[in-house]
Design a protein around this ligand. Structure first.
Ligand code: ADP
Length: 267
C-alpha cells in the first residue's frame, strides 16, 4: 500500500509564482491542522498552488475533481465484488486520510450534499472518517490535510456550501494576479516573449471588465497561457487569441465582435 501512495507524491517543483503571503498562510494552516478553502474563479492558479504546497511540504497529493453525479461513496469508498467475494475499496478521501496525503476536493459544491457532510468529522478536532458501510471509524493520519476549492461566482441558492461546512475552513482568496505578475506567469508557462505576454494580459483585463455585462466569467490566466502556447507554436497572434480567448467564452455574436476588437487593438 505504501507503494501506491508513493505514486501520489509530487516529484519536481511545480512552478508557482506567489501572489501575496499565501504560501506562509498555507504552511501555518497545515501545521495547525486547519482545513483550507481556496476561493476564486476558474483558471487562476488554485490547483497549481496546491501542487506546489504538496511538493513543498513533501506530502502526497490526492486530487478529486467533483461533479454533480458524485456521491459520498465515490469519495469515501465502497464494497466491490470480485472472484473472492466482496472487497472494500477506499475512495480517494479515505485513501488520503489513511496514508497522510493532502486531499484536494476541487469544486466540492458541484457534488451532492451528502458528500459535503461526510467531510465534517474530518474537519474538526476528531479528525475521523466514519466508514459506516464497513463498520470502521478511520482516524486520520497526522499528516492528512483537507483542501477544497470554491468559486463564489458560480454559486446559486440551490448550490452553495452550507455555513456549517464553510465555517470549518480557513479561506484564502485567489484572483487573477496583478498585471506584471500575470505577465511573468504567462511568459513562463507558454514560452511567449514578455512583450506578447503583456499584450495578452491587457486583452484579458479588458474582457474581465465585461464580466456580469454579457460574460459569465472573465478570460482566465489558463486561457492566456493557451493563447501564448499557440503563438509559441507559430500561430499568428490574432488567430491564437480568437481560438484560445474569445471563442471558448462566448457564443454571442456581438460579444464575440467586441472581444475580437479588443484583440486587434493590441495585435
Ligand atoms: P484553477 O485551479 O484555479 O482553476 P490552475 O491552478 O489550473 O487554476 O491554473 C491554470 C494555469 O495557470 C496553471 O496551470 C498555471 O500554468 C497557471 N498559473 C496561474 N496562476 C499561477 C501562479 N501564481 N504561478 C504559476 N502558475 C500559475
Amino acid at each position: 500500500m505504501t507503494d501506491v501512495i508513493e505514486q501520489y507524491r509530487v516529484t519536481g517543483e511545480p512552478y508557482y509564482r506567489p501572489v501575496t503571503d499565501e504560501v506562509a498562510m498555507f504552511e501555518a494552516a497545515y501545521a495547525a491542522k486547519m482545513p483550507v478553502m481556496l476561493k476564486g474563479p476558474t483558471g487562476c492558479g488554485k490547483t497549481r498552488f496546491v501542487e506546489h504546497m504538496a511538493w513543498k511540504l513533501g506530502k502526497p497529493l490526492v486530487t478529486v475533481a467533483c461533479n454533480e453525479d458524485m456521491t459520498a461513496s465515490d469519495i469515501v469508498g465502497r464494497f466491490l465484488l470480485d472472484a473472492d467475494g466482496t472487497r472494500w475499496q477506499d475512495g480517494p478521501l479515505t485513501f488520503a486520510a489513511r496514508h497522510g496525503a493532502i486531499c484536494y476536493l476541487d469544486e466540492i459544491v458541484e457534488a451532492r450534499q451528502d458528500t459535503t457532510v461526510v467531510i465534517h468529522p474530518l474537519t474538526d478536532n476528531r479528525r475521523v472518517l466514519p466508514l459506516e458501510k464497513k463498520g470502521e471509524i478511520l482516524r486520520a493520519h497526522p499528516d492528512f490535510h483537507l483542501v477544497i476549492s470554491y468559486n463564489p461566482g458560480y454559486q446559486s441558492l440551490m448550490k452553495d456550501l452550507k455555513q456549517s461546512t464553510k465555517q470549518r475552513f480557513g479561506a484564502l482568496d485567489f484572483n487573477y494576479p496583478e498585471h506584471a505578475v500575470e505577465v511573468e506567469i504567462v511568459a513562463h508557462e507558454s514560452g511567449v516573449n514578455a512583450e506578447d505576454a503583456d499584450k495578452l494580459v491587457s486583452i484579458a483585463e479588458r474582457a474581465r471588465n465585461l464580466k456580469g455585462h454579457g460574460l459569465d466569467e472573465g478570460i482566465s490566466t489558463r486561457m492566456l497561457i493557451h493563447a501564448g502556447s499557440l503563438m509559441a507554436q507559430g500561430i499568428a497572434p490574432v488567430a491564437a487569441c480568437q481560438m484560445a480567448l474569445v471563442r471558448p467564452i462566448t457564443d454571442d455574436p456581438d460579444m464575440r465582435d467586441a472581444l475580437d476588437a479588443a484583440v486587434t487593438t493590441y495585435f
